[in-house]
Structure formats: structure tokens, C-alpha cells
Design a protein around this ligand. Structure first.
Ligand code: SAH
Length: 406
């Protein structure tokens, strides 16, 4: 039979509905005439039992991503359109798209049972990322379904500059090429205004990080805002200012937005002007966080509230120990800069660092700081970023809010 046959015993993860098949689990692979092409194939165990259907990606380490775990359920276009609609319906029912300037993740990849498919909604424009051969294979049907099904949708576009696409052997934007491609309807404008918990943000769908914004931290930003009143805040790794803008809105005495990227800070400044036309106590500092925290230590500068929301330090399991040193370093430095009673909100978006390991890193930093901390809150990715329980990789984002006792 033409398709994928797994090595003995390697069907276990598929039987547990984990969607990834690594190259090392495959005994034989083939799609007949067009050897080496992306294809929808039947996946079978060594004993010949058909496990379901997946999209074959010849250039990727994750050689197959599963879409149907039932031999009898062939995933045609209608099947995929149904998954897209179901995913959107879950958000529509929750009321997440109701407001005029709503922003929400509509499809959260593996966790919404569409591996490698991301779709984010920004005030009527949908920006997708297809980071798997599976997404690429059904791109058109996904875009058309989104356009026709999502209320108020004005256009659907796709970002083709994610590193994950390169790892999958998919086309990425060439030097100088526009990274945003139109799939349906109207092209998104250069800047889209959204509103989240009464805070306004400008999104750049062409060049902003990910699809333009860190929607996953919405709930964490809200949680943090509750501790901001009267405090001097350092928002490290600020990007377009999220945590800092929430803090100022909620009565912070002062806010420093700190990021290494001047483009991110430019956007943060425009977001500040948008939310505080009358001005406010907000400063923007372009610097490396590792260096800036040391500078504060040397100058004996202190804060009441520090946010650490760094980029992914570990891209894979191979980088775990190096990433752990990075997390410990910034957390230890930040802990030393807090005034008694101060708050530290610390996050990790490295999927390779488990929540338990992150806790351990935080505890070690606390011990080395010579001070006492309490855990007062944990945060997860916002509810429009659900995690499939059979896909632990989906739980990449974790956060802790700590109080410094002495
Ligand atoms: N907290 C933000 C998202 C942060 S994303 C939000 O709520 O939207 C991580 C940010 O860290 C990016 O803006 C990136 O430019 C910045 N960054 C990465 N490495 C850095 C470093 N060493 N020093 C300062 N900023 C850094």
C-alpha cells in the first residue's frame, strides 16, 4: 500500500492522539508517483492496522502531521472546513469577536486539531500562519472558509516569514519581499487598531512579531494590572508596550518600557499616545535587558513591579540548559532590584522548559537573591489559546506572579 508504515511499537503516540510522527518512527514512506511531494497519506502500524490520515512533509523532522485518527474518516475539503468552522464557533460563542475592535486567536494549530495552522483576528482582518505542510496543503480551503464564516471578516492574509516554515521546507519571504500575502477579500492596512480590556493597540500585520501581536498574554496583562496601582514599574521585553500600558491605565506611578528593538519601542510610543493623549509617566529605553538590569544593580536603582516576558530562550530540548541559565540570570537580577513588597511577574514561552522546571529555576533564583518570595498567582495563555490535553507541547506559555516579602 502507498502511504506511511510505522516501525513496530511506534503507533503508540498516534493511538493517544498526538499528531506528530517523527522521521525516526517511520519504517517506510512513499506517496507513489510523486516521491518527495507534500501529500495526504494513510498512516499504518507495522502490523498493517490503519491508524488514520496525515499530511506527509518530506523535508521536515516531523514527517507527518495527523488530521484524522479514523481510517474510515477521509479528510476531504469538507472535513477541513468543518474543523475551521468549529474552531471559529468556539470563539464566536464566547463573545470574543463581538466588539468592533476585537482581537482573538481563531485557530490555535494542533490545539484546535489543525496542526501548524494559526489564524488571528484583528478588527475584521484575519492574519494566518501556515507552519506545516498540512496548513500549506489546505491553505486555500482554510482561507475561504474563514472569509465566508467569520462574521465581519474583511480579508484574510498570510505571513510567510516564520522560521518554522523554513524548518518545514516551505517557501519563506525572500530578502525585500513582502511577507504578507493576500488570500481572500481585502489586504489588511499597514496598521490595525484593536482594543483589549479597554487598552488600545496598533498592530502591524506586515512586520510585527508573529501575526502582529502577543494575543496569548492578554490574561496575564490583565492579572498584572491588578498590582500596578501606585507602583514604579519596569516592563522588560516590552515589545509594543502591553504590560506597561495596562499598568499605567491601572494607576502605576511610573512605567519604563524596555526592549532591544527600536521598531518595537516606536510602536510602544504610538500606543502610549493613542491611550494617553494627555500624556503620562512613561519612559522608553532601547537596551539589552541583561545589560540594563546589571546597570540598575550598579546604580542601585529599584522598582516596585518588574515584568520579565522574554522571547523563547530554548528553541529545542538541546538548548534547555543554556535557556535555564538565561532565565535564572534575569530573574535573579530582577529579584534583587525589587523594593520590599514588590511584585515580579515572570514568564517563559519556551515549550522545551516544563512548568515544573520553570518553577525550579525561579526557586533557585529566589534562594540566590537572599530574599523571600511568595507565589501569588500563575498565568497561562489566554482562553482563545487552548491546549489539547494530548499535546503537551501546546502548553508553552507559563507565568508566575511573585511577591517579595523582605
Ligand atoms: N510582553 C510583550 C511581548 C514580549 S516579546 C507583550 O505583552 O506584547 C519579547 C520581546 O523581547 C521582543 O519585543 C524582543 O524585541 C525583545 N527582546 C528580545 N531579546 C531581548 C534582549 N536581550 N533585551 C531586550 N529586549 C529583547
Amino acid at each position: 500500500m502507498i502511504g506511511i508504515v510505522l516501525k513496530p511499537g511506534r503507533e503508540k503516540s498516534i493511538l493517544r492522539h498526538h499528531p506528530w510522527v517523527f522521521s525516526g518512527a517511520i519504517f517506510s514512506e512513499g506517496n507513489g508517483d510523486e516521491e518527495g511531494e507534500i501529500a495526504l497519506l494513510k498512516v499504518s502500524s507495522w502490523r498493517g492496522e490503519v491508524l488514520g490520515w496525515g499530511v506527509y512533509s518530506p523535508k521536515s523532522q516531523i514527517r507527518v502531521r495527523m488530521i484524522s485518527y479514523d481510517a474510515e474518516v477521509y479528510p476531504d475539503d469538507e472535513f477541513v472546513a468543518k474543523l475551521v468552522k468549529a474552531s471559529c464557533s468556539r470563539r464566536i460563542e464566547s463573545g470574543a469577536l463581538a466588539a468592533g475592535k476585537a482581537a482573538c486567536r481563531l485557530i490555535n494549530a494542533e490545539n484546535d486539531f489543525l496542526p501548524g495552522v494559526i489564524a488571528d483576528f484583528y478588527s475584521g482582518f484575519i492574519v494566518c500562519q501556515f507552519t506545516s505542510a498540512l496548513g500549506e496543503f489546505w491553505k486555500n480551503i482554510i482561507a475561504t472558509t474563514l472569509f465566508e464564516y467569520v462574521p465581519g471578516c474583511k480579508g484574510v492574509a498570510e505571513r510567510i516569514d516564520a522560521d518554522a516554515r523554513r524548518r518545514e521546507g516551505l517557501k519563506v519571504a525572500d530578502e525585500g519581499e513582502e511577507a504578507l500575502k493576500l488570500l481572500e477579500g481585502d489586504m489588511p492596512p499597514k496598521e490595525i487598531e484593536i482594543e483589549e480590556n479597554q487598552v488600545k493597540f496598533l498592530i502591524d500585520p506586515y512586520r510585527g512579531h508573529k501575526t502582529g501581536f502577543y494575543l496569548d498574554q492578554r490574561e496575564a496583562r490583565k492579572a498584572l494590572a491588578a498590582y500596578a496601582k501606585g507602583r514604579d514599574v519596569l516592563n522588560a521585553f516590552s515589545y509594543s508596550g502591553g504590560f506597561g500600558l495596562y499598568a499605567l491605565k491601572n494607576g502605576a506611578a511610573s512605567v519604563i518600557q524596555l526592549d532591544a528593538s527600536r521598531d518595537a519601542l516606536e510602536l510602544a510610543k504610538r500606543n502610549f499616545a493613542l491611550n494617553f493623549p494627555e500624556g503620562g509617566n512613561m519612559q522608553f529605553i532601547a537596551d539589552d535587558v541583561f545589560k540594563y538590569l546589571r546597570k540598575c544593580r550598579d546604580e542601585r536603582k529599584t522598582f516596585d513591579l518588574i515584568v520579565l516576558d522574554p522571547p523563547k530562550f530554548a528553541e529545542s530540548k538541546l538548548q534547555i540548559m543554556k535557556a535555564a541559565r538565561g532565565y535564572k540570570d534575569i530573574n535573579l537580577l530582577a529579584m534583587k532590584l525589587l523594593r520590599p513588597g514588590g511584585i515580579l511577574a515572570s514568564f517563559s514561552c519556551s515549550g522545551a522548559i516544563s512548568p515544573g522546571f520553570f518553577d525550579q529555576i525561579i526557586a533557585e533564583a529566589a534562594i540566590d537573591s537572599g530574599r523571600d518570595f511568595q507565589l501569588i498567582e500563575r498565568t497561562l495563555a489566554a482562553g482563545d489559546h487552548p491546549v489539547a490535553v494530548t499535546f503537551p507541547e501546546g502548553a508553552y506559555l507559563k507565568g508566575v506572579i511573585l511577591r517579595c516579602i523582605i
